[in-house]
Design a protein around this ligand. Structure first.
Ligand code: KG4
Ligand code: ZN
Length: 473
């Protein structure tokens, strides 16, 4: 049984003082006279076996002491006390804070499981041992996540509320800078990020009409991507967290793309996600929030890369995806192209298809024939839609799911959307596609994902690094 200690319950006060004799001084001096101070007792067979002493200060709680009798440890008494406290005040307070010795790993572990996050270190707080200040936000409080994305050629900041509601997003794209080179030049990209980063942040806060103090945490895409570009966003994130004392949440870039869907409609689980972007083609199974199981991926080129290459062949500027898509809607399927990796694995291969398009264009040129750009775009896109829908359907059937989402830059493709819509409608599968403007890189998706990463207990310290390749897990 868990109950509050009443100030007039002399027998319980006496028992508490005897069982945990060090609290004696505090009870007499503080608890009896201080209306903010409370004791939550865990009572078993009429015996107090554990307690939490906390201060309820208007809209927040500070835990001052927390103890369980030695004989009753490892029996979840502490967890139950904390759960009780959290449930009791769920709707009335904003946050709970506590201090713990930095060498008390067991306690830190328990608090982290209960979604407390490390907020600050207090040097030598416990006579030579550091203290860690930990904090847990209550669910009723709105949580504002500042997202940062800089993994390729977009510098972007965004503020998202509770993982679902976009408050403000600013994206500074470098497409014009890289256009002349036919692709992103990494060194130029990182320099442009450095130049843009503070302006984009300022603009984002201004657009949201918020100050940094109103932000609860910072989520940053720390990979995969161009290392020089990623590092700019990461350093910005660390600096903000350090200056304003905010938790730092690392987000996998692809998790961000996936959670772009959460800004359209709350994800339903279990689900299958087809990730199609400039750098990725992956089938992912998600049994619940922020849990990713990769089923298969491309063995060579990503589908976005293939679009860009085909665009080059038919003389379309980078990034070619949207224009190839448009042409595909205007032509007919008159060219015969091979269906790539038409097997029953979850993997993809696009380099063969890419070469087939290049060879076809080359052969026609040798024969002095003009290629029909629209027809080639249609033929190419049909093959892509065919293989993507077929493999995704295999995964949907095998995992027996009823929810499908698309993610990544190529999910803006209207032909691909039509293909999946048809597939899902025919089978009664729920589907969500990201908002077209959030298919390509942006920080709103990183902020949305960051909220669920935080709920999953993922947070980082200042040793966090950026990685050009990184497993989604
Ligand atoms: O997701 P993203 O911004 O980059 C990575 O994270 O890799 O995706 C960029 C890719 C580019 O290859 C671009 O050509 C492609 O997405 N893309 C499209 C469309 N819009 C963008 N591909 C096909 N159809 C589109 N409508
Ligand atoms: Zn991306």
């Amino acid at each position: 049984m868990i109950s509050e200690l009443e100030r007039n319950d002399q027998s319980k006060i006496d028992e508490l003082e005897q069982s945990f004799n060090y609290v004696l001084h505090d009870i007499k001096k503080d608890f009896l006279n201080n209306p903010f101070s409370h004791y939550l007792l865990f009572i078993e067979n009429n015996k107090i076996i554990g307690f939490i002493n906390y201060y309820l200060i208007y809209d927040r709680i500070e835990i001052a002491d927390f103890n369980v009798l030695e004989d009753y440890q490892n029996k979840k008494v502490g967890t139950k006390l904390l759960e009780f406290l959290i449930n009791k005040y769920q709707n009335n307070i904003n946050n709970i804070t506590l201090e713990v010795r930095s060498d008390n790993y067991k306690a830190i572990n328990l608090y982290e499981k209960m979604r407390f996050i490390k907020k600050a270190i207090r040097k030598n707080y416990y006579d030579g041992v550091d203290g860690i200040l930990m904090e847990r936000f209550m669910d009723k409080k709105d949580i504002y996540v500042l997202g940062i994305e800089s993994s390729c050629d977009e510098t972007s900041f965004s503020i998202v509320k509770n993982g679902t509601e976009e408050i403000a997003t600013v994206i500074s794209s470098q497409i014009d800078i890289h256009k002349d080179y036919g692709g992103v030049v990494p060194e130029i990209a990182s320099r442009a990020h450095v130049k843009n980063v503070t302006f984009v942040l300022e603009e984002c806060l201004k657009k949201a009409n918020m100050s940094m103090n109103e932000i609860d945490m910072v989520a940053v895409a720390n990979g995969p991507g161009l290392i020089g570009s990623l590092l700019v966003g990461l350093e910005a994130a660390k600096t903000i967290c350090w200056l304003y004392n905010k938790p730092l949440i690392p987000v996998h870039h692809i998790a961000g793309h996936i959670y772009a869907n959460n800004l359209v409609k709350r994800l339903s689980f279990p689900l299958i996600c087809l990730v199609i972007s400039g750098g990725h083609t992956e089938l992912v199974y998600m049994p619940k929030d922020y849990s990713f199981q990769k089923l298969g991926s491309t063995l060579d080129d990503a589908v976005g890369e293939c679009y860009d290459k085909v665009g080059k062949v038919i003389g379309v500027a980078y990034p070619a995806g949207p224009i190839v898509d448009k042409l595909a809607h205007e032509g007919s399927h008159n060219y015969n192209l091979p269906i790539p990796l038409n097997d029953d694995s979850y993997n993809f291969s696009f380099s063969g298809l890419k070469s087939a398009v290049i060879n076809l264009a080359h052969n026609e040129q040798m024969r002095g024939n003009e290629i029909n750009k629209k027809d080639l775009a249609t033929s190419f896109q049909n093959v892509v839609v065919d293989v993507l829908t077929r493999k995704t359907l295999m995964a949907i059937n095998e995992k027996n799911v009823h929810n499908l989402i698309l993610a990544g830059g190529v999910s803006a493709n209207l032909g691909i959307r039509e293909g999946f819509k048809k597939l899902c409608d025919a089978r009664g599968i729920n589907y969500t596609f990201p908002d077209i403007k959030y298919c390509t890189d942006n920080a709103a998706m990183i902020a949305a994902a960051g909220y669920y990463a935080y709920l999953d207990g993922r947070k980082a310290d200042y040793t966090l690094n950026a990685f050009s390749t990184m497993e989604l897990k």
